[in-house]
Ligand binder design. Structure first.
Ligand code: NDP
Length: 248
């Protein structure tokens, strides 16, 4: 699979899973735009990805919860590269707590970043993709969106919502050569999972047939496949990359 000349926007691409996706696509010839909130950290990451992974990577500071900022991200990408072929909605946060202790703000914030943020990005790229009659959108969901996780009513709802959104949009844009899919990672050690209690991690490990945590690169390989030309006949699907946790 090659991606030469393609342009990919990756939200939350400066670290963790997003960075692995950026590096994988860059190594295969795509130009990358990293969209994170923190300007300096994103610029450093873009520089490192360019020198360590392959193609030119730039950063455009973006808060995905702000529609105007997302529109500016897409406008600047088009001004810089003339096209946007791939969108990976990877930016995500957690604010875990049991429902009876969860604040409304924690609910709103998680939904705003994980679900509405992805919707904002889809809305901003869809016109240029339709015009080009080509597009690959990959939304990063989670096992929590498939099975639910205690303490994550907000996060699980946002990740299940991403799956519904992916399927609905897949139907809307299929005739224009645009595919929309979701990847549902299992447990991948990153900043996001650092603070989870050891007890919970031990419990999760018992549910993984392959008997180990996943690596960010293993999510990146799946995303790269769905973002390739070769995946043209796959749309509206959810690909679990979780060591067998969600076998159904
Ligand atoms: P990290 O916390 O390491 O990375 C999340 C990224 O999202 C950061 O780069 C962060 O950068 C960015 N981000 C957060 N809020 C915003 C915002 N409002 N606008 C733009 N960027 C934002 O997490 P992971 O790499 O682990 O997670 C990546 C994705 O994978 C998430 O969607 C997560 O839900 C999902 N996932 C992760 C799993 C895991 O086990 N790690 C399992 C299943 C799914 P900054 O703060 O600079 O903006």
């Amino acid at each position: 699979m090659t991606y030469s000349g393609r342009v990919a926007i990756i939200t939350g691409g400066r670290r963790g899973i997003g960075r692995a996706i950026a590096c994988e696509l860059s190594g295969r010839g795509a130009h990358i735009v990293i969209a994170d909130r923190l300007e300096d950290a994103a610029a450093d990451a873009a520089q490192q990805i360019t020198s360590e992974c392959g193609s030119r990577t730039i950063s455009i500071p973006t808060d995905v919860t702000v529609p105007e900022a997302v529109q500016e991200l897409v406008d600047k990408t088009l001004a810089e590269f003339g096209r946007v072929d791939i969108l990976v909605n990877n930016a995500g946060i957690t604010r875990d707590n049991l429902l009876m202790r969860m604040s409304e703000e924690d609910w709103d914030q998680v939904l705003a970043v994980n679900l509405k943020g992805a919707w904002n990005c889809c809305r901003a790229v869809i016109r240029p993709m339709m015009k080009a009659r080509y597009g690959r959108i990959v939304n990063i969901s989670s096992v929590s969106g498939l099975a639910g996780q205690a303490g994550q009513t907000n996060y699980s709802a946002s990740k299940a919502g991403l799956i519904g959104m992916s399927k609905a949009l897949a139907r809307e844009v299929a005739s224009r050569g645009i595919t929309v899919n979701a990847v549902a990672p299992g447990f991948i050690p990153t900043y996001l999972t650092e603070s989870l209690p050891q007890e919970l991690k031990d419990g999760m490990m018992k549910l993984i047939p392959l008997g180990r945590w996943g690596k960010p690169e293993e999510i990146a390989y799946a995303v790269a496949f769905l973002a390739s030309d070769e995946a043209a006949y796959i749309t509206g699907q959810v690909l679990s990359v979780d060591g067998g946790m969600m076998m159904m």
